[in-house]
Write a protein that binds this ligand. Structure first.
Ligand code: EPU
Length: 419
């Protein structure tokens, strides 16, 4: 089993460059199916969720060719609406974007239930509600999701989501771009990756407006075509390195970021006493004095992202005074707390709320990455703890962080992967 060994206690210093965004990449890759043509995706992160997505696309008939390490050419002309291997689709959550894409293109889709990180129940009722509204029947028997357009082609509709859902909004957009008429999605998610998907679809000839607000309008078109599209930088990867800089008392220039996407993180880190200088497409992060604790509540964009919950938790352990972190998105996001406790953290969890006593002196230990972002948090804690920390199940981290070991070594970390 892959693990990571960190010899902690070193300040991170230098420049670290952020890669393309995972959660935009996985949506755009499946969206290429709608083009039925050749698409070139640039600034693609080298992460296992991308590798698996490309395998899934190949399994349904796409041809995939890497032009460079970060650019891929995908031809979806010969894709069919057949079921991809279950062993692939259950490795990740975003495989369910194939439903919206194939249902939109062929009026039919069949796929095994998706996997992904375990944060408690992860229902897909809002996705199904959107497909139903667009005129599809959906069955979920035997862990297989099959959707069929009642009249061959989907029909535009008004979709009002009961909760703000990134995946539901993306799947509704994918299904609606080729539907007959104008669809309106209300209570839509506003994340930058929603805007990225809309931009990609529009480059392919779709007519999507309002992405980035809570009301998205999609005028259905007859056909899409291929395009070249460059992915936006990963705000969660950037946020993770911002925390790593502050936690180690280092000084990092984080290159290739969109500072606006990071506002919620920046505001909270500044409140904690971290200095953050913003530039057009970079940020310098360092600490000049002690950290003080804050209260944080995660919420959909533009709120504080749930995908930064475990990483900010490390900073809240280190800060002076008590702080409370509440996760309003996932009901079981705090599984990493037991691992941080092995490293001497003093955290008390009740339901979706964690209280940090603060002033933790992290001790090295053998710990596990219990999911992707939890793994990133364990790495940050390991970088802080003086001595040798071992992190098991590193494969979780590789799902979403491009070359994290090399990037951290480049700014002075003593970290290596074994196995
Ligand atoms: N929800 C429902 N019904 C649905 C869909 C969602 O009740 O049909 C609820 C969920 O249970 C949750 C909330 O709505 O309480 C938000 O879920 P959402 O659909 O927004 O999450 P997701 O699309 O499954 C994406 C990211 C996650 C990130 C969440 C929230 C991808 C591939 N995944 O998941 O990212 O935590 O949005 O921002 O985009 C990660 O990158 O580490 C990660 C887990």
């Amino acid at each position: 089993m892959e693990k990571v060994i960190i010899d902690g206690g070193t300040k991170l210093e230098g420049t670290i460059t952020v890669s393309g965004m995972k959660n935009a990449a996985v949506a755009v890759l499946y969206a290429t199916v709608l083009a039925g043509d050749v698409c070139v995706i640039e600034n693609l992160p080298n992460i296992s969720d991308v590798v698996i997505s490309l395998e899934i696309l190949k399994s349904v008939g796409a041809t995939v060719e890497y032009i460079s390490e970060t650019e891929v050419k995908i031809d979806t002309t010969n894709v069919l609406d057949k079921m991809p291997p279950d062993k692939l689709t259950k490795k990740m959550r975003a495989s369910y974007y194939l439903i919206g894409a194939t249902l939109g293109r062929f009026g039919h889709s069949i796929i095994g239930y998706p996997g992904g990180c375990d944060f408690g129940v992860r229902p897909i009722d809002q996705h199904i509600k959107a497909f139903n509204a667009l005129g599809a029947d959906v069955s979920t028997e035997g862990n297989v999701i099959e959707a069929t357009a009642r009249e061959g082609r989907l029909k535009a509709s008004n979709i009002f989501f009961d909760c703000v859902t990134v995946g539901g909004t993306m799947n509704a957009m994918l299904a609606a771009v080729l539907a007959e008429g104008t669809t309106e999605i209300e209570n839509a998610a506003r994340e930058p990756h929603i805007v990225a998907l809309a931009n990609f679809l529009n480059f392919c000839g779709a007519n999507v407006s309002g992405a980035g607000t809570d009301k998205i309008k999609i005028k259905g078109v007859e056909k899409l075509h291929g395009c070249t599209y460059e992915l936006i930088p990963d705000m969660i990867e950037a946020g993770t390195y911002m925390i790593a800089a502050a936690a180690t008392g280092g000084n990092l220039y984080i290159d290739n970021v969109i500072p606006k996407h990071l506002e919620a993180i920046t505001v909270k880190m500044r409140e904690m006493g971290v200095t953050i200088d913003e530039y057009d497409d970079g940020m310098r992060v360092y600490c000049e004095g002690p950290l003080c604790n804050v209260d944080i509540k995660t919420s959909p964009y533009p709120g504080f992202p749930t995908d930064m919950n475990p990483q900010i938790a490390v900073l809240m352990c280190l800060a002076n005074g008590e702080g409370v972190l509440t996760d309003t998105i996932w009901d079981n996001r705090f599984r990493y707390v037991e691992e941080l406790k092995r490293m001497n953290a003093d955290i008390d969890v009740e339901g979706n709320m964690a209280t940090f006593a603060g002033s933790t002196v992290f001790k090295p230990a053998r710990v596990r990455a219990v999911d992707l972002r939890a793994g990133a948090a364990m790495i940050i804690a390991g970088l802080v703890a003086k001595g040798q920390t071992e992190i098991d199940d590193f494969f979780y981290v590789e799902r979403g962080y491009d070359n994290i070991i090399e990037k951290l070594r480049g700014v002075g970390a003593h970290i290596m992967k074994i196995g």
